[in-house]
Design a protein around this ligand. Structure first.
Ligand code: AMP
Length: 292
């Protein structure tokens, strides 16, 4: 596996791969890899003859009071894990390589769906995401790019950007990978203290509770959200940022669950902000990857 640091090196590799007739799968990450990232890489490996992963903690998507400087990093460990998942190249640029002028004058903005859910409590976050993903797409020019359902809103925002700007890449979505006890895997889980790690299970438990109520016939969002809030508020370290039930595409809140919806939440456990979600309603309740 190659570790590349510069745009020039990546462009040369891409050119080489294209000349040999390869299809390129791209997995953008911020590193500190876990099984969630690796499942994206493995899916990319199955569907492409060349796989590149970026590891870049993107300053543009962090707010001034957020955890950019403390975000966990371990490149050596990441390289070993990525290689085991079949990644051919890791692109690990310095900030100056991606943003020669920081903060730069050009950004990419998706409107509407970026101001709800995480966008409401993290102003500017999605601008940071769409800007860096556009830059990375322009460098890598992949056939397919892989994102996790864990960041459901992010997937919808990227899909909107790719459609609206006619970027020639297929966006593939990979289901949420969880720890055996149900906690959604996240690089930020490493921040949780031992007692908090246990309390963090309340996110997934609340989603399961919501699904059980829905399957018993409760379709009113207010009742479903109320039950999830009550469940989470039992944990002393938990403070809810949002719990919402939204249309799966527009991300607008719905009053009753008729069509496919996403149940999405962000909850602080101590100082660590965690997110989780599930798809509810629609046919069979189990979304195909591409439909997410
Ligand atoms: P991050 O490094 O947190 O920016 O995540 C990089 C990619 O991995 C994003 O597309 C995430 O949605 C995805 N990802 C993160 N956690 C998980 C998970 N538990 N299951 C599946 N994908 C994930």
């Amino acid at each position: 596996m190659l570790l590349l640091k510069t745009v020039k090196e990546v462009r040369a590799w891409v050119k080489d791969m294209r000349t040999q007739g390869n299809e390129i799968g791209f997995v953008p990450t911020m590193g500190f890899l876990h099984e969630g990232h690796l499942s994206l890489a493995r899916t990319a490996r199955k569907e492409n003859s060349a796989v590149i992963m970026s590891i870049f903690v993107n300053p543009l998507q962090f707010g001034p009071k957020e955890d950019y400087s403390t975000y966990p990093r371990d490149l050596k460990r990441d390289c070993a894990l990525a290689e085991s998942a079949g990644v051919d190249v890791i692109f690990n640029p310095e900030v100056e390589e991606i943003y020669p002028e920081y903060p730069q004058l050009t950004t990419v903005d998706v409107k509407g769906i970026t101001t709800v859910l995480c966008g409401a409590s993290r102003p500017g976050h999605f601008t940071g995401v769409t800007t860096v993903v556009s830059i990375l797409f322009n460098i890598v020019q992949p056939d397919r790019a892989y994102f996790g359902q864990k960041d459901y809103q992010q997937v919808q925002v990227i899909k909107t950007m790719v459609t609206d700007l006619n970027i020639p890449v297929v966006i593939r979505t990979v289901p949420i990978m969880r720890e055996p006890d149900g906690l959604a895997m996240s690089s930020r889980n490493t921040f949780l203290l031992t007692t908090e790690r246990n309390e963090a299970l309340c996110l997934n438990e609340a989603l399961k509770l919501c699904r059980a109520m829905f399957l018993k016939g409760e379709k009113r969002s207010t009742e479903l959200i109320k039950a999830m809030k009550e469940h989470i508020e039992r944990e002393p370290s938990a403070s809810i940022d949002y719990i919402e039930i939204c249309d799966s595409r527009s991300l607008q809140g719905v009053l009753t669950v008729k069509e496919r919806v996403v149940v999405a939440m962000a909850v602080r456990i101590g100082k660590t902000r965690l997110i989780d979600n599930m798809i509810l309603g629609g046919e069979g309740n189990v979304p195909d990857n591409d439909e997410i």
